[in-house]
Design a protein around this ligand. Structure first.
Ligand SMILES: [Zn+2]
Length: 219
């Protein structure tokens, strides 16, 4: 018989985050009331990650599974949900936290055409480069964690409020940054998310990955 994961009073909420940015935001909101396991390392290309037995093990113990969504984790996430035998993290349960549900999805292609490069059929999944999106996700996390651990709901909300003030302060600094003629490194899809807020037109770009659309499509 497999033990079914469930959060008990006074125990830390067991959060499994697929990607490093999700783990970082969860730590901001969860503070010392959560234990976080992050599945993908910062030096891994999130498009190229395969399922590992350790992921199923992590999924089995999770109170909350937090993921990027928009099929970025398609290589392993469906397997974790199906094979971890943990009813707490299946879609529809409070322990199933899809970060993409909290943002406005950009660049949803009308048709999936591989000749355009490796497009993301559900839309651009690199939305976390927008601080506004990060805040929306963080607020959603505070609510979700408060559902799983009701006794600490106010603590999660207070952490969100603190995090929001810090991000709002930084947004003012970023808004004033002059990036004219600066060389910018990053994935084109990520830069398009940021471009809505910062002026990156006419900047030289580097760091293209073959799986993403060619740079010329940016201009
Ligand atoms: Zn991508």
């Amino acid at each position: 018989m497999l033990a079914v994961a469930s959060h008990t009073a006074h125990a830390k909420v067991n959060v499994v985050a697929t990607l490093p940015w999700i783990g970082s935001v969860a730590k901001e909101i969860g503070g010392d009331k959560v234990a976080i396991t992050t599945l993908v390392k910062p030096n891994q290309d999130p498009h190229m990650v395969d399922a590992k037995p350790s992921m199923l093990l992590a999924g089995r113990k999770a109170d909350v599974l937090m993921f990027n969504g928009l099929d970025l984790e398609i290589g392993y996430l469906p397997l974790i949900m199906e094979k971890s035998q943990n009813p707490a993290i299946v879609p529809g349960k409070p322990g199933n936290f899809d970060c993409s549900q909290y943002v406005t999805v950009l660049e949803k292609p009308l048709a999936s055409d591989r000749s355009l490069g490796d497009v993301h059929p559900l839309g651009n999944p690199h939305y976390h480069f927008s601080p506004t999106n990060i805040l929306r996700v963080a607020e959603g996390m505070a609510v979700a964690l408060g559902r799983v651990d009701e006794a600490d709901a106010a603590y999660f909300k207070a952490n969100f409020d603190k995090f929001k003030s810090r991000v709002e302060e930084h947004k003012k600094i970023w808004a004033g940054a002059n990036l004219k003629d600066k060389k910018i490194c990053g994935l084109p899809q990520a830069l398009r998310v940021r471009r809505r807020r910062i002026r990156v037109q006419n900047n030289r770009l580097c760091g293209a990955k073959a799986r993403h659309s060619p740079f010329r499509r940016l201009h």
